[in-house]
Design a protein around this ligand. Structure first.
Ligand code: GUN
Ligand code: ZN
Length: 656
């Protein structure tokens, strides 16, 4: 079993999970199949719904002599007739549901799952409920950990699912996760959350997932056990859940309920079907109601499964487009308890920010004051306070301007700067220096014209922090004109310098741009594309997100001026010769990553003696690089023995 990252957004991953029985693209839904009676045949799920993996119950199979016999003979995949990978669960949930000990023990049920050819089998974990005391949950965690160790010699070739328990106690969740992470496992389900979802305690669900994630290894798939309604898929995926299993499609159908992307409807109360799935497109509410019970149930189950798998397609597509936060913000407005979940993300901003890429393919939308807690926004604010540097002694605020700010405010900015005043644009995200107009998310964001109170208050507070951090006095337009004037900088020059400091940290612009500095600009947009210093091509500015891509000459300057571990990715001696030649660095060869680096950041590849090997773009953060066994950690752009590119002649350059 191997897990590889193909894309990401927020804390979510687009993954490729390769099992001996087939490949699964994550985040994925594993519908629950009853081994004896299938409301929707597993084969149909595979062929018609695009389901890549299912989960079924090994205890029910073991308990029933006929099913047991057939599973042992034809494997579990043969028994349920599913051509892809099949996960099996133990009897943990039945024990919780019926509240009693069952006749099967851990070693027996793990061995049975191995013998029926499960792709991934689950240990007999202890389902800790939200009403248990801390010491009861602690004992449940200890027993679960003991069983995880006990299961190892019985697993054979089968992948093991080692669940994280710990009730609603974050420290127990984290302890359990950390201990499970140290064992051999194919994946980690987060267990014991069904009662939280049934009681719509979504904020608690967020805290439970986040606490578990703090202890789990980034390189293994994380499964949310028993989720459930598609409303939780986006926010759980945002928190790094890769796999979901759900019996809701059939349970809801039994009760005559229709799952919808933003809620649930009762068939008996509907005059029209608010859905475009194949079932609903071919019938009416009245016709559905008129069907015989079992047929109606099967059709409702199909509808429910269509809606559920479509929501996961939407989640995966949102990750590809860099729009998962917007999807989460939309979905969490479907119910006040989900709004609590959205607001609870703030408590896990640190974990989320470490996973959040530097920039995204789509613009950031302000959808409400919760947007201000997004890592993108908080990171922008922190970098404006800590990394941005201004030679000015005063600042002036402009009330909204069309983007890009440099184009609409260039004249005003030059006038202010000539008088020693920094021009800031008022947005709900931050008070933004005009020269940072092209970097993500400044250029790539949209806010409403009419602000809510939180946005206004947040802006005032942030502006005060900016004034204090930079020692600026706030001035009006009239006061600017009264100040003495001298020749100010050019906007292009200020933009490049501000961008480099914000991207790499203070001192980076100075290290990179030794005079004479020249730019090559795009003939179509007039924007700076390539930056040369002392005749060397140092970096290029990306059109997509406004940030710099380093050339080796630039990387050498940062390496010389910024002490380790800044911007460093240390690779193994075995791998170093490949990076020197400009080849990508694989995760399994990465020794250490600067803790300040984020996915999408530029980095310096070095050996363990801090000799520079190459420069490139990081795909993983440090936790991930340490944990993933497969896939690329750094897309290398140029190695020290790569052949130089042909564009370094400096022809057609504009002096600054
Ligand atoms: N199904 C739903 N929740 C759980 C859980 O906590 N453990 C196991 N093994 N299965 C589950
Ligand atoms: Zn439908």
């Amino acid at each position: 079993v191997r897990f590889e990252l193909l894309g990401r957004d927020g804390g979510a991953r687009l993954g490729k999970w390769v099992t001996p029985h087939g490949e699964v693209r994550t985040p994925a839904l594993l519908p629950v199949i009853h081994p004896g009676q299938q409301v929707i045949p597993a084969r149909e799920m595979h062929d018609k719904f695009g389901v890549q993996m299912v989960i079924t119950n090994s205890y029910i199979t073991w308990r029933n002599p006929a099913l047991r016999e057939r599973a042992l003979k034809q494997t579990i995949r043969g028994l349920i007739d599913f051509p892809g990978p099949v996960m099996t669960d133990s009897s943990t949930f039945q024990m919780y549901f019926y509240g009693k000990e069952l006749e099967v023990d851990n070693a027996t049920i793990v061995s049975f799952q191995r013998d029926i050819g499960s792709t991934v089998g689950t240990i007999l974990d202890i389902f800790a409920t939200p009403d248990m005391t801390e010491s009861e949950v602690g004992q449940a965690v200890d027993t679960t950990l003991h069983r995880a160790r006990e299961a190892q010699p019985h697993k054979g070739e089968m992948g093991l699912a080692l669940p994280v328990q710990g009730g609603t106690f974050p420290a127990l969740r984290e302890r359990c996760a950390r201990a499970m992470a140290g064992m051999d496992a194919a994946m980690h389900p987060i267990g014991g959350v069904v009662p939280l979802m049934e009681q719509q305690r979504y904020a608690d669900l967020v805290h439970v997932i986040a606490a578990s994630q703090r202890g789990l290894p980034a390189g293994r798939p994380v499964h949310l056990f028993g989720a459930g309604h598609p409303l939780v898929f986006p926010i759980a995926a945002l928190l790094g859940c890769d796999l979901f299993d759900s019996a809701s499609y059939s349970k809801f159908a039994q009760d005559g309920r229709m799952i919808l992307p933003d809620g649930t409807a009762i068939l008996d109360e509907l005059e029209e079907l608010p859905c475009a799935c194949p079932v609903c497109s071919a019938t009416t509410a009245r016709e559905l109601r008129a069907l015989p019970t079992s047929e109606r149930e099967a059709q409702l189950a199909r509808h429910n499964l269509h809606v559920s798998v479509a929501e996961l397609r939407r989640v995966r597509e949102a990750i590809r487009a860099g729009r998962l936060w917007e999807l989460v913000e939309q979905r969490c407005r479907a119910h006040p308890a989900l709004l609590d979940a959205l607001r609870s993300l703030d408590a896990h901003a640190g974990w989320l920010e470490r996973r959040e890429p530097l920039s995204k393919p789509s613009a950031l939308f302000y959808t409400g004051s919760e947007t201000l807690a997004r890592p993108d926004v908080q990171r922008l604010r922190a970098r404006l306070l800590e990394r941005y540097r201004s030679p000015c002694e005063a600042a002036m605020v402009v009330e909204h301007a069309p983007r890009p700010f440099g184009r609409t405010l260039g004249g005003k900015w030059a006038h202010a700067r000539a008088h020693g005043v920094q021009l800031l644009v008022k947005t709900p995200f931050a008070a933004i220096p005009v020269e940072l107009d092209e970097v993500y998310p400044v250029a790539q964001s949209h806010e409403p014209r009419l602000w809510d109170r939180d946005a206004g208050k947040g802006f005032t507070r942030f502006l005060d922090a900016m004034l204090a951090a930079h020692g600026w006095k706030l001035v009006t337009e009239e006061e600017v004109a009264a100040l003495p004037a001298k020749e100010g900088p050019r906007l292009d020059d200020a933009r490049v310098r501000a961008t480099l400091d914000v991207q790499f940290g203070r001192g980076a612009a100075e290290a990179l741009l030794r005079a004479p500095v020249r730019f090559r600009k795009s003939a179509t947009t007039g924007r700076v594309r390539n930056v040369f210093s002392e005749g060397e091509h140092i970096l290029s500015l990306r059109a997509s997100d406004g940030y710099a891509s380093l050339k080796l000459a630039g990387a050498r300057r940062l390496h010389a001026e910024l002490p380790p571990p800044r911007l460093r990715v240390v690779v193994d001696a075995d791998s170093a010769p490949f990076q020197r030649e400009g080849r990508n660095a694989f995760a399994k060869f990465v020794r250490a990553v600067d803790d300040e680096l984020r996915p999408g950041d530029e980095c310096l590849l070095v050996d363990d003696a801090d000799r520079i090997l190459a420069c490139g773009r990081l795909a993983l953060n440090g936790d991930e690089a340490a944990s993933f066994r497969h896939g690329v950690a750094v897309d290398v752009r140029e190695g020290v023995v790569s052949r130089g590119s042909a564009d370094e002649d400096g022809e057609g350059l504009q002096p600054v």
